[in-house]
Design a protein around this ligand. Structure first.
Ligand code: CO
Length: 210
């Protein structure tokens, strides 16, 4: 039952090596954080934002949940988003899913997995929206990977529908990107969906008086 000590020991080693290579590292970061990016990723332990992007503490503001979803009633996500956009002034928001996502895979079948079913319902809605395209793909793993991509695009769209993002677009530049990380090779695929203005979303979701 002492596995947790590995983490504390690991931390000591890490902190020591950081100071060795850059004596000012912690004192500089302590003063303030100025991340340019907000990362919305999956909770999956294999997709840590800093490691897979070769970045350092201080570079990325991070929010992670099961299957990297953007739900417009999620107070946690909205609080992170508002702080990142309004206070930290991040320039880019990245929704990064990953192939082989267990959450997306679970949403594709008819099993109940407990409370998380309520969360995964949002992915079933994406599935329904693209059912023809998805069911034309016979291989289940490939179908799941396509659903991973479609889900990421939908979350980019969900971000653009928020008042937080629309308000920001009135007076500053802010881009939202959709990416998917590959567990098999560690490479991130850019889905090339960049939302950067209110015209990117359907008229019904646009607010005129922000
Ligand atoms: Co996942």
């Amino acid at each position: 039952m002492n596995e947790h000590l590995d983490l504390l020991n690991g931390n000591k080693g890490w902190a020591t090596s950081k100071v060795k290579e850059d004596p000012e590292f912690f004192s500089r970061l302590k003063a303030q954080q100025r991340p340019q990016y907000l990362w919305i990723g999956c909770s999956d332990s294999r997709v840590p934002a800093n490691e897979v992007t070769g970045t350092q503490p201080g570079d990325i503001f991070v929010h992670r949940n099961v299957a990297n979803l953007v739900i417009h009633t999620d107070m946690n996500l909205l609080s992170v988003l508002d702080y990142a956009v309004t206070v930290l002034h991040v320039k880019h928001i990245i929704v990064c899913g990953h192939y082989g996502c267990g959450g997306v895979r679970a949403a594709m079948d008819s099993m109940s997995y407990g409370f998380v079913d309520n969360w995964l319902r949002n992915i079933k809605d994406v599935y329904t929206k693209h059912i023809k395209q998805l069911e034309a793909i016979e291989d289940i793993e490939k179908r799941c990977d396509r659903l991973v991509e479609l889900t990421v695009v939908e979350q980019v769209r969900n971000l653009a529908k928020t008042k937080i993002v629309q308000r920001a677009w009135k007076d500053k530049e802010l881009q939202i990107h959709g990416w998917v990380y590959g567990l098999e090779d560690g490479i991130i695929k850019d889905l090339n969906v960049v939302f950067e203005e209110i015209e990117n979303i359907d008229r019904i979701y646009q607010y005129d008086n922000l």
